[in-house]
Design a protein around this ligand. Structure first.
Ligand code: ATP
Ligand code: F6P
Ligand code: MG
Length: 544
């Protein structure tokens, strides 16, 4: 391939690259103009028409790269259009040569009309709008570009998996290896073993389409994983020493923060290394994206535990089945598993406070349901009711190696409290069975739908890195594959919003009480900032 200069005129003018796209709403030309000048054509750091927003440096203790400020590229267009763009290698290494995308000569792709994504394509964050809504926030659309910034033979890619297990990890690994090889002719891919610390503490393994051929049929990750052990400097030294120039990092919120730190250090050293995050978590708590891979599979597997609880409960008099499901900070698995099952009478999640005794409390509801139906099934997310347990037990705050809160077992605690309640008052003889599938819902291979999703994520990640984008997480936004800046996905955690329609749908489906006071609802409606102010005020007042 022969390099051409990155400063060349646009490779594909918008008007010709996507002939079927409707042309020229009034704002279109201005939008094109602004975007063109912001996409990697002008010298670093950003175009004249974009605004660089400087955010607070990341919080990792060993992030020496935090000296360099984290910067988000914002591009503004007409009618309130905002693009939160992702970094590009030429932001800090101007004049990098480009090459024609090898997919152009690939018979499988060259026949596909519009296979290449228009440079200017972006995806709206919000799709429900009103007549007077501004066009709002957008993310860059993922997919192959006409020009790439790496020659196939020069690529040395690596893949690492971090954090807890999740169905689909092996599929993503497989599809990165195969995508690089089959689409771009890249044959040097290293597997980093055992999570972040594997960069500096373990040997690497060579990965080929042959060696990963059937790994998607297995649960877990063939690379191994870990929590803790993120040392930015050692990791980047290792990347530099090995000559790695594409880094694919698969993991949850903590992992994406680690990836952001690695990217900042790589940018500080001005290395031609693309850093790409692929979001992973069965908890579905990663911000912005529609859902994370493996979530569907986990919800499906949870049905088996719920079914068992239901069969046990309905087979005896006053049977109660309690199922605990994963979800440290967010109750998505519990909520979706409940909605899917229809056998669940009550779902408890970390986001929705509840109380046990008295009018409108959980015990009253259990008693009523048993009287009416003779049995009941209760699903509880592991992070639910932690404040109640803490009240009734003397507890210490414990954390794991990554700084995540270690939880008390709400399932066991709740089961015992229910048994105590009914036996102490001799109200009813109940028969309670507690089922905790724990790791069984995540240590399995991904289902068909997650397999497809993993494949698209992996391919989008590969296209993005080859096109020179870096410092981004690939993710589905409103059903479209996008590139999202790390900062966006690491600043907040996705939670079930109990004042939103989805939780209301669950309440309508189970017919359970909301267990909420008006104070709880007000709190749920608060922004993070308001919540912080209220808690500071409460501290000042001496109240808890
Ligand atoms: N703020 C941070 N800065 C740098 N690295 C981090 C940060 N938080 C976590 N990490 C690193 O990311 C890796 C994974 O983090 P963690 O154990 O929290 O899992 P996760 O990616 O959030 O996935 P899970 O969904 O299982 O919680 C660990 O190696 C940890 O050291
Ligand atoms: O025991 P580990 O591996 O730390 O994982 C437990 C946590 O991982 C998660 O599944 C997220 O991956 C949480 O729901 C759970 O609390
Ligand atoms: Mg996490």
């Amino acid at each position: 391939m022969h390099p051409s200069s990155a400063a060349d005129p646009p490779a594909v003018p918008a008007a010709t690259s996507e002939p079927h796209e409707p042309q020229s709403p009034t704002g279109r030309q201005i939008l094109d103009f602004e975007l063109r000048n912001s996409i990697p054509r002008l010298p670093a750091p950003f175009s004249s028409s974009s605004t660089a927003l400087h955010l607070a440096p990341g919080s990792a203790s060993n992030m020496s790269a935090t000296d360099a400020e984290t910067t988000v590229k914002i591009v503004k267009g007409e009618f309130g259009y905002v693009l939160e763009d992702v970094p590009h290698l030429i932001d800090y290494i101007p004049d990098l040569p480009t090459y024609p995308n090898p997919l152009q000569d690939n018979p499988s792709y060259s026949v596909v009309k519009q296979y290449f994504v228009n440079q200017d394509d972006t995806v709206p964050r919000k799709v429900v709008v009103q007549i007077d809504s501004p066009r709002g926030l957008h993310f860059r659309r993922a997919g192959p570009r006409q020009k790439v910034y790496f020659e196939s033979d020069d690529v040395l890619a690596c893949i690492v998996t971090c954090g807890g297990l999740c169905p689909g990890l092996n599929t993503v690994i497989r599809e990165i290896v195969c995508g690089l090889s089959y689409m771009y002719g890249v044959n040097q891919v290293l597997g980093i073993e055992g999570g972040y610390r594997g960069f500096y503490a373990r040997n690497t393994i060579q990965m080929t389409p042959k060696s990963v051929n059937d790994i998607h049929k297995r649960g877990g990750t063939v690379l191994g994983t870990s929590r803790g052990g993120h040392d930015t400097m050692k990791i980047v030294d290792n990347i530099q020493d090995r000559g790695i120039n594409q880094v694919y990092i698969i993991g949850g919120d903590g992992t994406q923060k680690g990836a952001a730190a690695i990217f900042e250090e790589i940018r500080r050293r001005r290395l031609k290394v693309a850093v790409v995050g692929i979001p992973k978590t069965i908890d579905n708590d990663i911000a912005v994206i529609d859902k994370s891979f493996g979530f569907d599979t986990a919800v499906e597997e949870a049905q088996r535990a719920i079914n068992a609880a239901h069969v046990e409960a309905e087979s005896v008099e006053n049977g109660i089945g309690v199922v605990k499901l994963m979800g440290r900070y967010s109750g998505f698995i519990a909520m979706y598993a409940t909605l899917a099952s229809r056998d669940v009478d009550c779902c408890l999640i970390p986001e929705s406070p509840f109380y046990l005794e008295g009018k409108g409390g959980l015990f009253e509801y259990i008693e009523k349901t048993l009287k009416e139906n003779g049995h009941m099934v209760l699903v509880v997310a592991e992070g639910a009711g932690q404040d109640l347990i803490a009240e009734s037990m003397k507890t210490m705050d414990h954390e794991d190696a990554s700084g995540n809160k270690l939880l008390l077992d709400v399932g066991l605690w709740l089961s015992q409290r229910i048994k105590d309640y009914f036996s102490s008052r001799q109200k009813m003889v109940i028969n309670l069975k507690y089922i905790d599938p724990t790791y069984m819902i995540r240590a399995i291979p991904s289902n068909a739908s997650d397999n497809v999703y993993c494949t698209l994520l992996a391919q989008s990640a590969v296209h993005g890195a080859m096109a020179g984008y870096t410092g981004f997480t690939v993710g589905l936004v409103n059903g479209r594959q996008t590139y999202i800046p790390f900062e966006r996905v690491t600043q907040t955690r996705n939670k079930v919003v109990i004042t939103d329609r989805m939780w209301a749908r669950l309440l309508s489906s189970t017919n359970q009480p909301s267990f909420l006071s008006s104070k709880d609802v007000d709190e749920a409606n608060m922004t993070d900032e308001q919540r912080k102010q209220t808690s500071e005020k409460n501290c000042d007042n001496g109240s808890v």
